[in-house]
Design a protein around this ligand. Sequence first.
Ligand code: ADP
Ligand code: MG
Length: 454
Amino acid sequence: MEEEQKNEIPNITVKDVNVIYNEGKSNEMRALEEIDLEILPQEYVIIFGPSGCGKSTLLYSIAGLQKPTSGVVMIDGEDISAYKKKQMALFHRRKMGMVFQAFYLIGSLSILDNVCLPKAFDGVKIAERKAKALELLERFNISNQADKFPSELSGGQKQRVSIARALVNDPEIILADEPVGNLDSKSAHIVMSILKDLNEIDKKTVILVTHDPAHLQFGDKIVHMRDGKIIKIEIIKRKKTSAESYIFKDGKIQENLQGELVKEEYIPLDLRHLMRSFRGLTANQISNLLVPFKAQQIFSHLFFSMTNDQIEKAIKKVEDFLYARNELDDFRLELDAPLEKGGAGWDKRIAERFALEVNELTEQAKKISFTEKIQSAEELVEYINIKMKLNLDDTKKGLLSGAIVDRLENSIGKDEFEKLMDISEKKSGLGFDKRVASKIARELELLLLLRYSS
Ligand code: ADP
Ligand code: MG
């Protein structure tokens, strides 16, 4: 009897990789610390952990899209950081296919052309390209959508298109960054089945990034991450089966489920990377691609790339803190605790920063006196001056303080206050930049709101 033998020589080796963002600056972030990982050919690897723990950074390091600050990534015996531009482009085109949460389909191209696109750069003849793309669309049961445009498809269908695009050059490795994070559960199930089949039937190496424990059942190797480190690598011994598979029953997905529309959730920070693998797009196409990227930037700035679940849980924790049901330390620990244990499942470093900031806000709000308005205004000026690094001189401090007193007395409203911040000094305003003006106004309103809360 012959046992199925896997090649036990790793095709991907990550050795002592560190990634530091904004090194040496005040916002320095050690996203990855001393990462060691080996991935075998045809393995299904899951990178698992809470938002912000470094999963995407690790995936992009493996993809050669994020250069490690130190350490090496070897793929098929080659150190990919030594690749010249051209080699890297070839590597991206031939060896790996990437799938993202936000799909990144090009709105001005038909579904078929979206799938053909990576082949276009390879100089493959049009007819041949289209045939290959259609074959993939057929396999995923969306060939009837070939002439439509991305906006006409459901989220689940779009993700199947983006998987077809990732496969069109027949790469050995499929990298997927939270590919079902935006999908309803039925569409998610189909996409997860497709990834499973790509691993089991097509013998692709699959590397999946997820924060969802329900996906762990698919992996051969689970890489548990926390705070930029691998805390555990679990090897799962299981018998592979395709019994539940949606595809290949007769070469196609059995059910044609209508996915629901994409939720307005967060979009990952990966457009830059995608653009690199699709060099040669027109400016128009790139600007199309930039919209989700911009949205992501805004969202992650405000919410540190969290899922709805993590945000909703965290809001409850903030409520508990505001009701004074919780001390600062418990607040911080609960933000950090896993979702399964009733926490908000945040990355520890983010939880710490956030808890401190909320604490600072509430402490400052408490100091605002309802009677001593002038003194309160002066304290607020100092607080805002330091927090926003405004470097105000005494004249400006006086002006700001006067405006805050007016606001405390309610003789001006929020909009008037903001306008005062913005208009020029000649017109007895403060002459701040519009954005700064609005930021000061928002900060003050938040403080005024918070002083009623405890
Ligand atoms: P995950 O995918 O697990 O959510 P990421 O790898 O995206 O985590 O991010 C890890 C940490 O690095 C987070 O704290 C994130 O805010 C930070 N980070 C990610 N990308 C950048 C960047 N380009 N610049 C600065 N910080 C970043
Ligand atoms: Mg991520």
